[in-house]
Design a protein. Structure first.
Length: 318
């Protein structure tokens, strides 16, 4: 099979027929063998009945329905697990991603041998204040932190080799950072393509300003995981050692100053009246806690087992 089109969605009943027909037109024009995977992330409108209808009309349409809204990352994870195509394309269901971009994205994977190609919405039709400016700041921070030189990390239109989606663990809100996850997994050939961005035709965006706050928090998380995720003791142990050495030196200073005063027959003060006592005590306690955090992290890392991050209520054609 040439292509798997993975489409996560939430309450997009108005756009599904049009999107399906447009994708099918592109597939037939290019003689691709394909499957379209709609991942219904707990929609409360008629999105799932429409997906069922489309699956009866077109055997290439497949669907996965979550019991409730678990998030885009979990929807992509489910789609990636089910995808069978040699090349996997992800796109949003709101008609802002143009299916006419699919052949070039496919060719960059199949012919140019990229592992992953990310779309770049160079010209956007979103609200400048609410989305464009925060998005530019977010993308700049992601480039500086991750070392992946992309202009638009959050573009939903991407193409992947099948082996990439099978080896990248997408969880939490990490769908924004799939290129970074791919790089951390060892996939180095990451490309970018300028893609058309269309104004939203139906409904309203499902994302608010809080997604950028969450995005920056996730960026810190993924930076930490990429650096210390496999060996947390390297961070916490080092910090704990530094704090413990500071505390030990402070305690040594207290002891030495008391001995010097005794030797010189000078009046001494109680140890607890010396501020260095509390500095020593606090840093030693913090150092011990950091050590324990490192040990616990190592234990959890070795003992953890995969847990379901979403629940599926229905599937079609799978």
């Amino acid at each position: 099979m040439n292509l798997s089109i993975v489409i996560p969605l939430l309450n997009e009943e108005e756009s599904l027929h049009e999107l399906h027909n447009w994708i099918v037109s592109v597939m037939e024009k290019n003689s691709y063998s394909y499957e379209i995977l709609f991942i219904d992330d707990g929609s409360t409108d008629n999105s799932w009945p429409i997906i069922e209808t489309l699956s009866h009309e077109n055997a290439n349409v497949k669907g996965i329905r979550f019991m409730k809204n678990f998030g885009k990352s979990q929807a992509l994870h489910a789609g990636f697990a089910a995808a069978k195509g040699d090349v996997v394309i992800t796109m949003d269901a709101d008609l802002q991603d143009d299916p006419e971009e699919i052949p070039e994205l496919y060719a960059m994977i199949a012919n140019d041998k990229y592992d992953l190609v990310s779309g770049w919405k160079k010209k956007r039709y979103d609200n400048v204040v609410m989305k464009n400016l925060p998005s530019k700041l977010f993308n700049w921070a992601a480039r500086m932190t991750s070392g992946v030189k992309l202009h638009d990390f959050n573009c939903g239109l991407k193409s992947y080799q099948n082996r990439v989606v099978k080896n990248v663990e997408v969880s939490g809100e990490m769908h924004r950072y799939i290129p970074v996850l791919a790089k951390n997994a060892g996939f180095k050939k990451i490309g970018e393509k300028v893609v058309k961005h269309r104004a939203r035709k139906y409904g309203e965006t499902k994302f608010g300003m809080n997604r950028f706050i969450n995005g920056f928090l996730d960026l810190i998380t993924i930076w930490f995981l990429s650096r210390f995720g496999k060996q947390p003791m390297h961070l916490f142990g080092a910090l704990g050692s530094i704090m413990f050495v500071i505390g030990f030196l402070a305690a040594g200073y207290i002891g030495a100053s008391k001995l010097i005063r005794l030797y010189d027959h000078e009046p001494t003060i109680l140890v607890t009246e010396n501020p260095w006592f509390y500095i020593s005590l606090a840093t030693m306690i913090i150092g011990t806690q950091l050590f324990l955090a490192g040990f616990l992290g190592e234990i959890i890392l070795r003992a953890r087992q995969g847990n379901d991050r979403y629940k599926v209520s229905d599937t079609v054609n799978l």
